[in-house]
Design a protein around this ligand. Structure first.
Ligand code: DX5
Ligand code: ZN
Length: 219
């Protein structure tokens, strides 16, 4: 079976206090820390270096990195060195080299995942899940990638349902617009890894939001 992983998106955190924000999320019950890495907007990436991980917050956290970049291959080596745990690339930019990419990610000790945008058909990721070097997670984007605080797109749940039916034990992650009012839709469709930025960081009680989402997945 699959277990719930609740992953606050650090994109919604106070960047000036990233280390203490990360620790606060772990104290609030987060399983993973979701790190959004984008071309031209690499503040999170620059902060994801060794001193941050080793010194600032004694992080033994699982760093769930989501690469919204044109050339994910360029990030494998530096992210591996920085202590990333999961490395999720987008299928839209990796149609020609995902086999090599997955092997390189694994060789750096990271867990490979593939993501797809709302407009990309789910069939595109099947070969990556079933390949000789398979990805270990599929991230179904539930908003257009780019920024936090957008509205959840319920129509993306068809893709989650199709994936869950085909792969009963696969980690299926959802990202964008998840919070107390949308979690049940995602959980009942079969998602078990939940990214949440604004709903967690914007709440007066982040721990309560995290535990509510966990309950919904584990029900
Ligand atoms: C969007 C990012 C998300 C974002 C989610 O491009 O991939 O991780 O931070 O933020 P919310 O939960 O506010 O939609
Ligand atoms: Zn993300």
């Amino acid at each position: 079976g699959v277990t719930a992983k609740i992953a606050p998106s650090m994109l919604s955190s106070d960047f000036a206090n990233l280390a203490s924000e990360a620790q606060r999320m772990l104290d609030c019950g987060a399983d993973w820390l979701h790190m959004d890495i984008m071309d031209g907007y690499n503040l999170n990436y620059r902060l994801l270096h060794k001193p941050f991980i080793l010194n600032h917050c004694k992080l033994m956290a699982y760093l769930d990195c989501h690469l919204m970049v044109t050339n994910p291959l360029d990030y494998v080596e530096p992210l591996g060195k920085a202590g990333a745990s999961g490395f999720t690339f987008h299928v839209e930019v990796s149609r020609d080299n995902w086999g090599e990419l997955v092997q390189r990610i694994k060789s750096k000790g990271m867990r490979p995942g593939v993501s797809l945008k709302p407009g990309t058909p789910i069939e595109e990721v099947y070969p990556l899940v079933e390949g000789e070097h398979p990805v270990e997670m599929v991230l179904v984007m539930t908003v257009e990638p780019g920024f936090g605080g957008q509205k959840f797109m319920p129509e993306t749940m068809d893709k989650v349902r199709a994936l869950r039916k085909k792969y009963p034990s696969l980690d299926i992650e959802v990202d964008g617009g998840l919070g107390p009012s949308t979690i049940d839709m995602a959980a009942s469709a079969g998602a078990n890894c939940i990214v949440a930025g604004s709903s967690v960081f914007g709440a007066p009680d982040s721990a309560q939001v995290i535990s509510l989402m966990r309950k919904s997945v584990e029900e």
